[in-house]
Design a protein around this ligand. Structure first.
Ligand code: ACM
Ligand code: ZN
Length: 487
């Protein structure tokens, strides 16, 4: 007997007897200090459900299991059972980019509810990028007046000539933080730096190397206009922003981006070049490392831990205690070296966990089968993988319907990898997913048809051609597939 639960529990024992489960089945909760945090024991017998856990978190997860079993096995007798369950990874995350396209609080809450049901515990909220700044910073009102507004949007060949303007007020952010906290989800805000900063530079051009006026970007891509890391004012600005961010987000982690940062402007900037020389740095990438360490130390002083994308490791400046590295695309495998030497990493592989790409590129089966324990990790490195994360960038995700199509059910595959110590076979997962589709739909998440999940090779090819023709420009392909020059 397989139960309709995602992620599948670690151990289920069937015991004598059976009964119908429904919403009237009584539930009793008891404390058992021997159970690990987030873990639980769940007994179903003639008395209904009894939940054992050492804390409220484990109890919450037992309730998610009950909810799924009740939904998936409606109106027929289920054998009595006993479940013992606890997670594999401590970081079970999902990321939503609200910079390219933003979503309403209600829509975001629907995603949070689904993630909570999947026992995920980290919401990585991408709030700033070239195409928009989406978090209210009271000490810097120009961020809302200028940086949160782009004149038009041209993502691939889809052009929208209307202005796009959005940001979350601090009250709205507190609402999301509290909503997540009630579901044992920590919100990790991402304030991307020193690159992906065109939106903030539109309001504060003096923080770039050239100081030239610029605009909030209207297209996708990687832009050379990055923060000048030798300018005192850059740090004053970032401290102002981070002070408010640290107040708003009570969790331990702040994501400071660090991805896709061209060094061209630093190379041309006399002040950045002088700084590189004075600090005896081997490369301009090491200058990014120096900058990141500086910000990381500031965050440490405020009791926070920085997370960065893997590019921050280029230049070999940061140590294992400075940062947690989120690996997404790392041609030089620096993240695995970092983990092998004791640094912590989160796995979000581009080819498996980037769900802004269609099923034609990343079928559900492929996402499901991905192992976060790469062959390049030694036994120490394997222990340093703290978890996995599903990513949803939104250049090509303009509304909630598309968000659902892209994220579900692939996020469920990531949740299962994040939780299960012995992940079941794909087919087993697929059947459970089908049993749970109605539950997601009752919670406002439309799940695409089964025949879309794993397209056959011909429809994959057709889907890929259509996607790339519509959305991805030659520049983007070049950035992804041609190795970076050393600098
Ligand atoms: C990223 O996808 N630029 C982290
Ligand atoms: Zn500079």
């Amino acid at each position: 007997m397989r139960f309709s639960v995602i992620p599948y529990p670690e151990k289920i024992e069937i015991t004598p007897g059976r009964a119908v489960i429904n919403h009237l089945t009584p539930v009793a909760c008891k404390r058992d200090e021997r159970i690990v945090t987030e873990g639980y024991r769940l007994i179903f017998n003639e008395n209904g459900f009894t939940v054992f856990s050492s804390d409220k978190r484990g109890e919450f997860y037992a309730f998610q299991t009950i909810k799924q079993i009740t939904a998936g096995h409606k109106n027929y007798a289920v054998p009595f059972f006993e479940i013992s369950d606890s997670p594999k990874f401590s970081h079970r995350g999902f990321m939503l980019d609200c910079a390219r396209h933003s979503f309403s609080l209600d829509e975001i809450k629907k995603v949070i509810d689904a993630a909570a049901m999947l026992k995920m515990n980290k919401f990585h909220w991408h709030l700033t990028d070239d195409q928009g700044w989406r978090i209210e910073i009271k000490s810097r009102p120009e961020l809302m007046a200028v940086s949160s507004r782009r004149k038009k949007s041209t993502f691939g060949d889809v052009v929208d000539n209307n202005a796009y303007c959005a940001f979350f007020t601090q009250e709205q952010i507190k609402d999301i933080v509290n909503y997540c906290a009630a579901r044992y989800i920590e919100v990790i805000p991402e304030i991307d730096m020193p690159g992906h900063t065109s939106a903030l530079l539109a309001a504060y051009p003096e923080l770039s190397c050239s100081g030239e006026k610029c605009e909030v970007e209207t297209k996708q891509g990687i832009f050379k206009n990055v923060l000048c890391v030798s300018n005192e004012k850059t740090y004053d600005f970032l401290y102002d922003v981070l002070d408010e961010v640290c107040e708003l987000f009570p969790g331990r982690y702040i994501h400071i981006g660090g991805d896709e940062t061209p060094t061209d402007n630093w190379q041309k900037c006399p002040h950045c070049s002088k700084m590189k020389k004075e600090k005896n740095l081997a490369s301009y990438s090491a200058l990014q490392g120096w900058f990141t360490k500086y910000i990381t130390d500031y965050l440490k002083f405020k009791g926070k831990q920085a997370i960065v994308w893997n590019e921050s490791l280029k230049g070999d400046y940061l140590g294992k205690d400075d940062i947690i590295v989120q690996r997404w695309m790392d041609k030089e495998n620096l993240s695995y070296d970092f983990a092998n030497k004791g640094g912590k990493i989160i796995e979000s592989d581009f080819f498996h966990y980037y769900f802004d790409y269609p099923f034609a590129m990343t079928p559900l089966k492929k996402a499901y089968r991905f192992s976060p324990h790469n062959k390049l990790l030694n036994s120490n490195g394997r222990k340093n993988v703290v978890g996995v994360e599903a990513e949803l960038w939104t250049e090509f995700v303009r509304n909630f319907d598309t968000l659902c199509i892209r994220l579900f059910p692939r996020i469920c595959a990531v949740a299962e990898t994040a939780w299960c110590k012995n992940k079941p076979k794909y087919k087993d997962f697929e059947i459970r997913q089908l049993m749970l589709n109605d539950l997601f739909e009752q919670n406002g998440i439309k799940i695409v048809d089964l025949n879309e999940w794993n397209p056959n090779p011909i429809s994959s090819l057709a889907g890929l051609i259509k996607f790339y023709k519509t959305f991805v420009t030659a520049d983007v392909i070049k950035d992804f597939f041609i190795p970076d020059k050393k600098n």
